[in-house]
Design a protein around this ligand. Structure first.
Ligand code: PMV
Length: 323
């Protein structure tokens, strides 16, 4: 038996960090996916992620991971990535013996593009097919969020929701996801630094800052809420310039929360210099990526960012998880 499922990565346009405090966020599913294939093997479970050069065996009983290829290299990528797969499989009661799990990963890891959520969602969907369980999209998104919580500690359900649902999403913890119909083109370019950010550590940093400076940080979070709401209107009404402007303000506030870095700032300003209407860090920050909104200037922004770091254009994927 052989089954597959795939799920997209995501990019946050507005509301990272403030979403943790119940504020709205706007995010898109991107046209880069994680595809998970599960088939019958022998004895223990083998996991392969060729793009990361990861080949490992998980012992069915002890759950110990043995690296089959260059363990130092694999260790560099943090065994965490395997943990998402392992925990996801166990959530659905999938027996951990005799499986061959292969992940085809188009999303760069640690770049704030939701690779762990996409891997988790796709693994859960593939495991549900493998064990012939009916799972609704809501249940899948909920279970995927539980997996993220278990593996990384702090996490809002934003990434797992966007990866499950696909499309252009306005999200609040209270009401979940609502699809947005943009009245404008959304040419986006991502530039990513080679240094990954650690989401758990950054979320914790903001929590501490809010605790020590509540009268400063709470109003910042309130303004981030206004930004996301204003941006939603501008996107629906097709107001390009405003969308860019709001992204730039959001970047300033993320900097104030302490999650910006010099490398990210450099990419942000170079993107604007090359003609982006708006640019900001995307995801947890502390490294990872920026996203630039560049109507009519995609090539210029891409070339500018590529001259410093890695960059690629991202399309919006209307397709969430498929299996
Ligand atoms: O690091 P990422 O791309 O998973 O983004 C995290 C977004 C935060 O708002 C900082 C945290 C969260 O769980 O929502």
């Amino acid at each position: 038996m052989k089954v597959s499922a795939s799920a997209p990565g995501k990019a946050i346009l507005f509301g990272e960090h403030s979403v943790v405090y119940g504020k709205p966020a706007i995010a898109v599913a991107v046209d880069k996916r994680a595809r998970v294939t599960i088939k019958e093997g022998t004895n223990n479970t083998e996991v392969k992620i060729p793009q990361l050069d990861i080949e490992a065996v998980i012992d069915a009983e002890s759950r110990r991971v043995t690296w089959m290829n260059s363990p130092q290299e694999a260790g560099k990528f943090d065994t965490g990535i395997l943990e998402y797969i392992q925990v996801a499989l166990s959530q659905l009661g999938t027996p951990l013996d005799g499986l061959k799990v292969e992940v085809d990963l188009e999303i760069p890891i640690g770049a704030g593009l939701g690779s762990s959520a996409a891997i988790t969602v796709a693994t859960l969907a593939a495991a549900a097919r493998y064990t012939q369980q009916e799972v609704s999209l809501e249940a899948l998104a909920h279970t995927a969020h539980q997996v993220e919580l278990q593996v990384q500690g702090a996490a809002s359900p934003l990434d797992t929701t966007v990866s499950t649902q696909g499309g252009f999403i306005y999200f609040t913890q209270e009401k979940g996801a609502m699809k947005i119909k943009p009245a404008l083109e959304m040419p986006l370019v991502v530039g990513y630094t080679s240094k990954p950010g650690n989401t758990g550590v950054l979320v914790e940093g903001v929590r501490k800052l809010r605790e020590t400076q509540p009268t400063i940080v709470n109003p910042i979070l309130d303004i981030m809420e206004d930004l996301a709401n204003q941006a939603r209107k501008s996107i629906i009404q097709g107001e390009e310039k405003e969308v860019g402007e709001l992204m730039n303000i959001n970047q300033g506030l993320l900097d104030a929360l302490g999650v910006n870095t010099e490398e990210l700032s450099c990419l942000v300003y170079r993107a604007r210099h090359a003609g982006a209407l708006g640019s900001k860090l995307t995801g947890a920050g502390g490294g990872g990526s920026i996203i630039a909104y560049c109507p009519g200037k995609t090539r210029e922004v891409l070339e500018e960012l590529e001259s410093i770091e890695n960059a690629f254009p991202v399309g919006i994927s209307s397709q969430g998880v498929t299996w």
